[in-house]
Write a protein that binds this ligand. Structure first.
Ligand code: BEZ
Length: 253
């Protein structure tokens, strides 16, 4: 290969890698520590995770204030805020808007009625992130979709400030709040009882007990099945949890 050709190949490779990096959002994954930040919000300054010690946090982004889908989502989050709090979970919102815009929008939301929800006061903090500092830390800006607005991200962060689950939706699709609550309950139930939850699990359904780690335990697991648990096979055993063993919020969700 001539010198000029080698140079061309190297330049093309560097450009390719740079393009790939520019397209890839940086984000914390399941099991990673949730990135720390200090920000201004509609409820004053917050320091995360220090101000949330011992709590679950749902950190979520929306594309913009005064937009229709986001408005219905905020009304729904506001209507469920007390229910999340019953599960020791605090909500934190974020968009790439100013605090003035957030405040004006939240005041307007109080006047609206949607799906039977009305008189809603948004009392959880909404982060002012005009610099996109937090949005970029959490991969909330996905340039292929929009380089100046956040997508609809949801981070489930546990009391040890570890990311436990994440969801990303595009601007056009409002989130499913039953699923957000269901997933929080599933994560808390899994932690508390060392179990897993099967497909489409809802509180009250049977839960999965951890698979055996050796041939010996596989055999005793199946042989021991009876009143406490039952097995479809050695690797898939389920049991009931009493209603009192699963924390769920009051009311419908
Ligand atoms: C909305 O919330 O309605 C919305 C926001 C950004 C783009 C499209 C829709």
């Amino acid at each position: 290969m001539t010198r000029a050709r080698v140079t061309l190949v190297v330049v093309a490779a560097v450009l390719g890698v740079t393009a790939l990096c520019a397209g890839a959002a940086d984000l914390p994954l399941i099991g990673d520590p949730a990135p720390a930040f200090e920000v201004n919000t509609t409820q004053g300054p917050i320091k995360f995770p220090d101000d949330y010690s011992g709590k679950w946090v749902i950190l979520f982004s929306h594309p913009a204030d005064f937009t229709p889908v986001c408005t219905t989502e905020f009304m729904t989050f506001a209507s469920m805020n007390d229910q999340f709090r019953q599960l020791d979970c605090e909500l934190i919102g974020l968009s790439i808007d100013s605090n003035y815009s957030h405040i004006a929008w939240l005041r307007k939301i109080q006047e609206l009625e949607f799906n039977g929800m009305k008189d809603l006061r948004v009392t959880f903090p909404v982060i002012e992130d005009l610099s996109m500092k937090v949005a970029n830390m959490y991969g909330m800006v996905q340039p292929g979709a929009d380089s100046t607005h956040a997508v609809r991200a949801v981070f489930f962060i546990d009391p040890q400030a570890t990311v436990r689950a994440l969801m990303y939706y595009p601007a056009s699709a409002g989130r499913n709040f039953h699923e957000i609550m269901r997933l929080l309950i599933a994560l808390q139930t899994a932690d508390k009882h060392n179990v897993a939850t099967p497909a489409n699990w809802e509180p009250g359904d049977d839960v999965i007990i951890p698979p055996p780690g050796s041939c010996g335990t596989a055999e005793t697991r199946v042989e021991g099945a009876g009143d406490d648990y039952y097995c479809l096979d050695w690797f898939l055993c389920l049991k009931k949890l009493a209603e009192s063993e699963i924390a769920v919020p009051d009311g419908e969700w």
